[in-house]
Design a protein around this ligand. Structure first.
Ligand code: PLP
Length: 461
């Protein structure tokens, strides 16, 4: 294996080099992400209105479009030290196997028990809830990574944790469910009979396998109707992208120390948190005119918010109890085909990333799930890490970009986010191995059904 003398396979920063402040990319955006709207009045949500749903300090972070650096409290940095800094890996073996002149790096976030980057925000949100003297938090989880991360964070700070888990995942992914319970969380399949919104959805669609949007509605209802509880969300929100900037800050510090400047930065996009976190410091440079990079968001062809969605105000949840967010969306009623196994199934996208994409500062592409699992397997065999299906969307495009350089002979530097491990996704891998995985691309008519649920009001077309 050919390696460069100054660049190891895995590059670790020292614990003392952990970022001391998160970077808020909104501060450098000329066009700020549109504010959340109250669905009743269509006016921007005030801090007071958001206080009933989120913890006070998280509301401040959510609304702060101007402070570039927000200090990371010591208690959170102490927890970060238990599993960070995460390694920046040089995919020497993958480069060799592909025969590409491209240099490929990945930032690996799967080295903690929850198995993904989600812990970076879970620990922050749990900390602020504890600091405010709350009893507990509620949330939703799809495949279970966010619920797992949050249950770890809550057990660390001694908070109660109530998780509404998308029913199909609750049934098909018992292992994550049991990890959550191991950390002390209570886990309820959604939709459930424990909430008004759950009962209503079940009355209308008794056979539904659930969706993230529906689980969000239930978790919000419980948080706002139970004293001492607030709701927390694992992606999409501005505050979550802020916390996840720790990924990009570490990546940037490591690359700077190695004297490497990336050309292309790639991340998978569900709600946008890992991608937003990874690219933030680099995007900041681009926005300030200090450097230029290509950023590529990768989403599943079966849930194509960026590439086929509309940039409008929409509900964040199926039950339509949450504020409206301006984002690329497929409509809050959109549910990807039950065939879809690769995660990243949320109907909307971070408002920050939506604005950046809308302004042409970032690209997006969609990939089909069989090609994602091909890339996952190839990566596992060559680089040794068993990737999460979500992460494998980024792997797919990183490999494709590297193969393109083979034709052009350009030694471009590619960095991608390897957000997590896939140990608990073996049912999906099994489907792939047994040849039972098909690609499920929604037709325009399928998408139209989702778009029909987008609220109509002047200016929202
Ligand atoms: C949740 C998750 C994602 C997608 O969420 P984003 O908010 O878009 O980052 C990606 N990879 C893994 C491993 C996840 O658990």
């Amino acid at each position: 294996m050919k390696t460069e003398a100054n660049i190891p396979y895995k590059f670790y920063l020292e614990e003392s080099e952990l970022p001391t402040a998160w970077y808020n990319v909104r501060a450098d955006m000329k066009n700020k992400p549109a504010p959340l709207l109250n669905p009743g009045t269509l006016k921007p949500m005030t801090a007071k209105e958001l206080d009933g749903v989120f913890c006070d300090e998280l509301v401040q972070q959510e609304l702060d479009d101007t402070t570039a650096y927000i200090p990371i409290p010591d208690e959170i940095r102490e927890y970060y030290r238990m599993y960070r800094p995460s390694p920046l890996c040089r995919a020497y073996r993958l480069e060799e196997a592909l025969g590409t002149p491209a240099k490929i790096y990945y930032k690996f976030e799967g080295n903690n028990t929850s198995g993904s980057h989600k812990l970076n925000s879970a620990i922050a949100q749990a900390y602020y809830a504890k600091k405010q003297g709350l009893k507990g938090v509620t949330t939703e989880t799809g495949a279970g990574q966010w619920g797992t991360a949050l249950s770890m964070a809550c057990s660390y700070f001694g908070l109660d944790c109530k998780v509404y888990m998308v029913k199909v995942s609750y049934e098909q992914k018992p292992f994550r469910r049991e990890v959550m319970r191991t950390y002390g969380a209570s886990v309820t399949p959604s939709p459930s009979m424990t909430t008004n919104v759950g009962r209503k959805i079940l009355a209308e669609h008794p056979d539904t396998t659930g969706s993230l949007g529906c689980a969000i509605s239930e978790a919000v209802e419980v948080a706002t109707s139970t004293p001492g509880y607030r709701y927390v969300l694992g992606s999409v929100l501005n505050q979550v992208l802020l916390h996840q900037s720790v990924i990009g800050l570490e990546t940037k510090t490591a690359l700077d120390k190695l004297g490497v400047k990336p050309d292309i930065i790639i991340g998978c996009a569900g709600g946008g948190s890992n991608l937003g976190g990874l690219i933030s410091p680099f995007m900041g440079e681009k926005l300030r005119g200090e450097a230029d990079y290509r950023f590529i968001a990768v989403e599943p062809a079966s849930c194509p918010s960026f590439t086929r969605g509309k940039f409008v105000y929409d509900f964040c949840d199926t039950g339509m109890v949450c504020p409206l967010a301006k984002m690329y969306t497929l409509g809050s009623g959109f549910i990807p085909s039950p065939n879809h196994a690769g995660g990243l199934r949320y109907h909307g996208m971070s408002s920050i990333l939506s604005q950046l994409y809308h302004d042409g500062l970032m690209e997006a592409t969609s990939v089909e799930q069989t090609s994602v699992f091909e890339a996952a397997e190839q990566f596992a065999r060559i680089e040794g890490i068993l990737p999460a299906p979500e992460s494998s969307h980024a792997i797919r495009v990183a490999i494709d970009e590297a193969l393109k350089r083979k034709e052009t002979g350009e030694a471009k530097t590619i960095v991608f986010g390897l957000t997590g491990t896939g140990y608990f996704d073996m049912v999906a891998y099994e489907k792939f191995h047994d040849g039972k995985m098909t690609d499920c691309i929604p037709t325009d008519a399928d998408l139209q059904k989702g778009f029909d649920g987008i609220p109509h009001f002047p200016g929202n077309e």
